[in-house]
Every structure is written in C-alpha cells, then in structure tokens.
Design a protein around this ligand. Structure first.
Ligand code: ARG
Length: 270
C-alpha cells in the first residue's frame, strides 16, 4: 500500500522550549545536518514509492517539521490537532493547507496530538491518551472518522505521543510496541487484537525507534535499534535505517515528520 505524506522543511527547526523530556534548549540542532537528515527521509519515502507533499515552514513555528501532530485524516475528512500552547501558532497553517486541498476540516474540541496519538490499523484506530490527548477525543474521532477506537494509555512523558510506544508494521498482521510504556489494561487490549506483536525494549523505544513508517513492505526507521530492525527483517520486511540525531533533539523521529494524507475511507478496499 503506497501512501501520500505531508512533510514540512526544517528551515526553522530549533529548540525554543521544552515540552517533552527529549528537548533541551541548550542542545540546538545543527541546521545543515537537520536539512540533510530530513532530505534523506524524504528520499527514502520516494524510493519506497510513497508520494510526498511539501509545506513551507513558518519562521515562528520551530516544531513545524513534525507534521504528524497537525491532524488525523481519513478519506476527505481531517480532524485537526489541538497541541500544547507552544505549538498553537502552527495550526492555522495546517488548517489552511488542508482546506485548500478540499479536506473537510474539523476542529478538535479537546487537546489532541493528531496522528502522534492516532495510529491507523485497518478500520481500527489505536488511540493514545494520558499525555497530550484528552480521552474525550476518542469519541470525536470515532464519530467524525468512523474508526473503531482502541484506547491505549501511555504511562510517562517519555511517551508523550503514542507513536513513540507503538508502531503499526502491517495493519493486518504485525505491531511493535514497548510494553513498559503502556498501562496494563492497554497492553491487554493490544494483545487481544490477535496480531503478531514485536516487543521493543525501553532502551530502543527511548531512542525513538518505534517512531517509524511502514507500508507493510518497507519500514523506514531510525538507526540505533538493532534488535527491532532484526525482528522486522526476520519477518521479511525491507528495513531502511536512517540517522535522525538532529530531529531527536526535538523529541521526534521519522513518523513525526509525516502526516498521512490518504488513509482509506471506511469500507474502501485496502
Ligand atoms: N517537539 C515536538 C513536540 O514535542 C515533537 C513532536 C513529535 N511528534 C510525534 N508525533 N511524536 O511536540
């Protein structure tokens, strides 16, 4: 399954505030290295047959490169994110971009980390809460986008978004997750899905290795998680490992830098 991804250049990426434990204002990204890193991620998507759309970063939005938090899209409907105050200025840009491409844009009524806390798995939505997403958003997502929601609570700010703790490798077959990052009922719910589950250590998860993009054939992931990479290769997946040291200073990895624009409509064959 190919997909269309929205990315935003890292020209204004910097650490102006600390809204997750990976961010330190005294550890600024190197601009050239960040640009090169981002370009390699985009190339990897293109080589994997994914379509990439670009947005231009706004100078006053140092986290705008992390487009995943902008919304969750299904078919032609987009539920906008409702980020922490430090990132609010990004939202009008994303809203305008999406509305300009004829998405029906719905504003979130409660805090919502967009795709950061929303992982599509077929007709299921693995929906995070406990950090940046108010659980009341789950009913909104179910109603507006017709997903069956599987609520998953992350237990610490290290996993401020669910996409640091869980990854959909193949929506009909395989998930990867860090059991320590979720509370017990959430782990039970994941195990109850009947999918193959790859367990990832806290160490590899804290290196943002689960923040990957997989289309079920190619997995694009950060370097630094050899055990996860090996488990994926054992399953016959083509694994592309990239350096993401600069993005990591913002607390993001590969998945954070892309918003999926074409999650299939309800009922449409995948
Ligand atoms: N610095 C950004 C923030 O804290 C990183 C966002 C990463 N996004 C993600 N989907 N994990 O908001």
């Amino acid at each position: 399954m190919n997909s269309a991804l929205l990315v935003c250049d890292p020209a204004h990426f910097r650490i102006d505030y600390e809204i997750n434990p990976y961010m330190h204002t005294e550890m600024q990204p190197d601009q050239d290295a960040a640009t090169a890193e981002h370009a390699s991620i985009v190339v990897a998507h293109l080589v994997a047959g994914r379509r990439v759309e670009y947005m231009i970063a706004a100078p006053e939005c140092p986290d705008m490169v992390f487009t995943a938090n902008a919304a969750l899209i299904r078919g032609d409907r987009a539920v906008l994110g409702y980020p922490p105050p430090e990132r609010k200025a990004e939202m009008p840009y994303f809203q305008e971009w999406l509305a300009g491409r004829d998405y029906d844009v719905i504003e979130a009524s409660y805090p919502f980390s967009g795709q950061g806390d929303a992982l599509v798995c077929g007709d299921l939505l693995l929906a995070g809460y406990g950090q940046r997403t108010d659980p009341r958003m789950h009913a909104v997502l179910a109603r507006e986008l017709s997903y069956d929601v599987v609520p998953l609570r992350t237990v610490s700010s290290r996993w401020y978004d669910l996409d640091l703790a869980v990854a959909v490798v193949d929506h009909s077959r395989t998930l990867a997750y860090c059991p320590q990052a979720l509370d017990d009922p959430s782990c039970q719910r994941l195990r109850g899905l009947g999918l193959d589950l790859i367990e990832v250590s806290v160490d590899e998860a804290a290196r943002l290795a689960l923040n990957l993009i997989s289309d079920g054939t190619t997995v694009t992931m950060s370097r630094g998680a050899p055990r996860l990479a090996a488990a994926l290769r054992e399953r016959g997946l083509h694994v592309v490992e990239l350096d993401t040291t600069e993005l990591a200073k913002g607390g993001g990895g590969i998945r954070s830098t892309a918003l999926t624009l074409d999650n299939p409509d309800p009922g449409r064959p995948r």
